[in-house]
Design a protein around this ligand. Sequence first.
Ligand code: 5GP
Length: 287
Amino acid sequence: MITPTDYGDFLKWMPGENEVINFEYNQKKSQDIVNQADLVFCLDFNALKRINDFGEIVRLSSAKKVMIDHHLQPEGFEDYRLWSNLASSTCELIYWFAEELSFTHLVNKDVASCLYAGIMTDTAGFKHSSTTATTHRITAHLLEKGAESNTIFEAIYDHYSENRTRFIGFCLNEKLQLIKEYNTALICVTADELKRYQIMVGDSEGLVNYGLSIEGVRLSVLIVDRTVARKMSFRAKGDFPANEFARRFFNGGGHFSAAGGESKDPIELVEAKFKDAITEYSNLLSQ
Ligand code: 5GP
């Protein structure tokens, strides 16, 4: 298992986590593994640029590539795909994959716990509209295999540092802007603010949802200055196409109502560009 970047501490309880290789710190090892592989599974992304510089290494490898994913607009780099934008999560598709191959007897407590965590987080706690009866049937099987829903929920959602909790308070109190004319909520976080609260990778996850929970808000955006680039998260309600917006203006993509993008411009410019861009969607955001 190779990841393109580090991930939040709230995932580090997962069985097998100590074997995960972070490409950022182990580029040579990651490259060797991919070059020697017969088969590479690409999970939860469908365009190689999503895994940064590791993408070209994967592209050039002679291994057959199997892409399992549920985001819109696959790039088409793979040899085989199990793809559905209707699936709640990549982990749901992985379970289908195991079922198709009659491998579900191999799903033990550890595997079940990881798949359960993937489905729970990708559906934001079974809340997204992509959560179906099939999703619940699969999670029921995972519980039967030993996944403990309350333990996993606590490990992921009740695991925040004091700094992270205070950072959320700071953002909601001092950084949240409401652009009422466009029913839009916006939070911009500078690199200095991240440093002040010692915000780690993964700590800003979920912050964008607070804006969307305000009554009447149809679009919520979080812009975070991650030094190398400004990362943006979009969450929308109703007919606003977050993925199209992210693609058109911020070199991004994702799902219809949850998408992301990035920009190399200074954060003030990104904020201004965002405010300008939403004016083109007044038919979906205003009234
Ligand atoms: P998040 O806001 O949680 O980082 O991402 C929301 C969704 O948008 C995820 O499904 C993620 O894969 C996708 N996404 C985030 N950033 C980007 C990006 O820069 N490009 C593309 N194509 N998708 C993104």
